[in-house]
Design a protein around this ligand. Sequence first.
Ligand SMILES: Cc1cc2nc3c(=O)[nH]c(=O)nc-3n(C[C@H](O)[C@H](O)[C@H](O)COP(=O)(O)O)c2cc1C
Length: 438
Amino acid sequence: MSRLQHFGWFLARGFGPHGWGHPYLDWNWQWTRPELYQQSARELERAGFEFVLIEDAPSLGSPDTIDLRVRHAFGGPKLDPLLLAPYLFQATTRLGVIPTVNPAAYLPYTAARQFATLQHLSGDRLGLNVVTDTGSARHFGDAPQLSHDAAYDRAEEWLDGIRALWNSWGEGALVRDTATGVYADGTKLRPVRHRGEYFAFDGPLNAVPFERGEPVIASPGGSGRGLGFAGANSDVQLALAPLTEQSVRAYRAKIHAAAIERGRSPSDITIMFAIQPVIVSSPEEADRVVAASAHPDDAVLRVIAQRQSSDLETDLTVLDLDAPLPEGLFAEHVSQGSIRRLIGDRDAATAPLRAHLTALARAGRISDRSGFVGTAEEFADMIEELGEWGNDGVLLWGDLHPVTIHRTLDDLVPVLRRRGILRDELSDGGLRASLRSF
Ligand SMILES: Cc1cc2nc3c(=O)[nH]c(=O)nc-3n(C[C@H](O)[C@H](O)[C@H](O)COP(=O)(O)O)c2cc1C
């Protein structure tokens, strides 16, 4: 059995002001220009990473909490990653690029045509991270915001519609016979007439069919409905769950069951757990980093509070650090996942805000599986262990600044290669071929 694992990079805060708040801002990269990302994409390709996936949210969130999002550039501004993709394709030859897209933002016909165009232009290296955030609905019309599950229903209808359009050029439709001068046989184009709950459109699509398959579909949803969506539709699932054997196996089993239920094979889906490692040069350094994080001072807690305020669309910076969170603090629309991440397993009614923020500040060692600080060898041990539990790969997460890429990968890549966990080079058959190559 192959020991190889799949590796991807997750640009976790989207196409935004890179380096804000970090000393590496002084490298003079401009985050609105492509060079920063192109440089990083080339490094990832050289490292043997199969793709870079770019987070996105089209909205700055609720009108009354926009300041929380933009003040420290944590939740915005963000430019559109779909439009960054061609620049990354141009800078590389084999790396996949997976921008995040929201079905609310694109009519299926427009989406099918734009994605087809990028798939052709990139030599089959496009992926689409399909998310169902409902809070941005107001930017795309005056229809009421959908419920969590209805947003997934819409995403499935959207994707089915896009696939019907992609397949509207039937077998033999593209002729390209220079002797007869016939380019295509229009009688072999399927009309496609879709009248659904959320979308209505006709085909066929004004784009040539794919030679090596459709763009890859990725999904990050972790709810029951989200895992079902992945099983039914995705080539890649971005997984966030505790990295214990029981949790990893249970997570994978749920997606595989959903795949089988929809007539797919579990091997159609590459499940990749998202990890943000801090790679250090020795176990002693790891101990120092962990110890230093154990007792964060108020200045550190304030920065964490600012970031949490952005994600939670709730101003935590004005609250008393030594009091429990006021009852009814979070509005209805605030992400339950984000609230869970803040509170953890503490009692919200009694634990002071300081306890929640301190827990977020604390780092743990890879070696005892209490966190992600460790040496390259310790990280490789963990990846091997995940592989023994059946795992397919990991998604390392951070910004897309070359400093971050090098800090994370310089020591790691040689160790992973030596152990046969990381591929030496990417195949040139496109992104799906990379994902299916072992
Ligand atoms: C690795 C990873 C990447 C994610 N990327 C995005 C993203 O780019 N945009 C977004 O709106 N949500 C993103 N999410 C969050 C969830 O997908 C989001 O909460 C989802 O829309 C809600 O689905 P759920 O309730 O099924 O988890 C990401 C989550 C994970 C774990």
